[in-house]
Ligand binder design. Structure first.
Ligand code: NAD
Ligand code: G6P
Ligand code: MN
Length: 433
């Protein structure tokens, strides 16, 4: 059997992962399950461990569940490691959101100034984990969910020998939405090809019954009711004919770029009313853990559907099983480009439909992007690469170079002041800028 390690196990998403494991018990045999968190997450992890044990028992699975704050003990001899921690926890996310809004910018977990700050907190920890894995479990696979997932994956790909794949639930949500638009019940009945960067992908093709149904799905989405949007993004309507003219479906996160002002105003309104997304999530999380505590509960509760990351276990567990069983199925993952997207470096991370094998993902080549879209993807990749560099070096000029090209970030004095505040809040959480 396999040793599975979950880093950031106190996440309220963990019951999804457990549900995915239970569902695949006959194809993905687990010997022991190790939950890892930090002191701040100890209590949450204990509640998750209790619920996990009840879920396993209810399903007749005799798998020991260990809880630890000592990562190295958990990593020793691991086969699969799922990384899903939040560096600085929710308070840091809220700080990113509030500082951004204060300086007239969109405040978001993985985009703009928030995405930059998140990366600077997270990448040093992710690289430390990868270094430990090189020693303690060099053959293990590292599945990264930890946001910003694309940048974290690229940092590990470039600075470590560990085998890693980055994941996101947005492609899964898009698949589910497309299935409902096409009126099919099974997402495996059609093929969706996506390409781009994490939270910056485009659906390029939807093959069903021998035809490309992309235009048909675009028509349905353009009518208004977009079923492809996760809970954390307000369900806006794309401008008329935009998608038809593009001939692609931009993922919901692209609204931050193609409809920046609408998104900014919406966010500002919410922040002044019910609160920022991070603040709302804090409350949601409190409610979820109240539910998880219940000793009668032995399954994933419905309330988890209020989180943006729902269905992520489908991706995580399916990916682990696909690697382990050499399934050669198509999944949508963050991996080395290697020419899949023309116009981006071979060694950068891209989020693309890939064939999943025992040797890892083999990305599918994608039809060249129109020049305007390609330029935008290249710009975002430069932002990501400079951000990774800043997260490692702590060089303020590199940070400035990253931020000043990001379309969601203001320049000049607003940027200097915002960056000062970000650095001040994160003094203990980031390299010293
Ligand atoms: P959360 O705030 O509950 O954090 C999860 C756990 O990480 C917490 O229990 C916290 O104590 C712990 N943690 C913090 N620093 C740690 C460290 N250095 N080592 C080990 N554990 C640490 O977060 P969440 O909302 O459940 O999300 C968890 C992570 O997964 C975030 O990075 C989030 O952005 C990401 N996520 C990604 C996707 C995706 O599509 N890729 C989907 C959902 C969530
Ligand atoms: C989406 C994204 C995740 C993100 C999450 C936020 O599904 O793919 O990367 O972390 O939503 O959801 P939340 O409920 O935390 O706002
Ligand atoms: Mn994501």
């Amino acid at each position: 059997g396999l040793k599975l390690v979950v880093i950031g196990a106190g996440s309220s998403y963990t019951p999804e992962l457990m549900e995915g494991i239970i569902k695949r018990q006959n194809e993905f045999p687990i010997r022991e399950l190790w939950l890892v968190d930090i002191e701040d997450g100890r209590e949450k992890m204990a509640i998750i461990a209790g619920l996990t044990r009840r879920m396993l028992e209810k399903n007749g699975l005799d798998i020991p569940v260990y809880e630890t704050l000592d990562r190295t003990e958990a990593l020793l001899g691991a086969d699969f490691v799922c990384s899903q921690f939040r560096a600085g926890c929710l308070d840091a996310r809220i700080s990113d959101e509030r500082i951004s809004l204060k300086y007239d910018m969109i405040g978001q977990e993985t985009n703009g100034l928030g995405g930059f700050a998140n990366a600077c907190r997270t990448i040093p920890i992710a690289l430390a984990i990868a270094k430990e894995m090189e020693q303690l479990c060099p053959d293990a696979w590292l599945l990264n969910f930890t946001n910003p997932s694309g940048m974290v994956t690229e940092a590990i790909l470039k600075h470590s020998t560990v085998k890693t794949v980055g994941l996101c639930n947005v492609p899964v949500i898009m698949q589910k939405g497309i299935a409902s638009a096409l009126g099919v019940s099974d997402i495996n009945e059609f093929i969706m090809q996506v390409a781009g960067l994490n939270h910056f992908i485009f659906a390029r093709h939807i093959y069903h019954e021998g035809k490309d149904k992309l235009p048909q799905v675009i028509e349905l989405i353009s009518e208004g009711n977009d079923p492809l949007v996760p809970k954390n993004i307000p369900p806006f309507k794309w401008p008329d004919r935009l998608l038809a003219n593009m001939g692609m479906i931009p993922c919901p996160y692209l609204r931050y770029y193609y409809m920046s002002d609408d998104m900014y105003r919406q966010e500002l309104g919410e922040a002044q009313g019910e609160g920022t997304r991070g603040e709302i999530v804090k409350e949601l999380e409190r409610e979820l853990f109240e539910i998880y505590r219940n000793p009668e509960l032995a399954e994933k509760p419905k309330a988890l559907e209020g989180r943006g990351g729902q269905y992520y276990s489908d991706a995580a567990c399916e990916l682990m099983s696909a690697i382990y069983n050499d399934k050669r199925i198509i999944m949508h993952v963050n991996t080395r480009n290697d020419g899949a997207i023309a116009g981006l470096p071979d060694d950068c991370a891209v989020e693309v439909s890939s064939m999943i094998t025992r040797s890892g993902p083999i990305p599918l080549n994608v039809e060249p992007f129109p020049e305007d879209v390609l330029r935008l993807i290249q710009l975002m990749k430069s932002f990501e690469q400079l951000t990774i560099e800043a997260a490692i070096s702590g060089n303020r000029y590199t940070a400035w170079r990253a931020l000043v090209i990001n379309p969601l970030v203001k320049s000049g004095q607003l940027l200097e002041n915002a960056l000062d505040e970000v650095i001040e809040y994160n003094k203990a959480l980031m390299p010293a800028f």
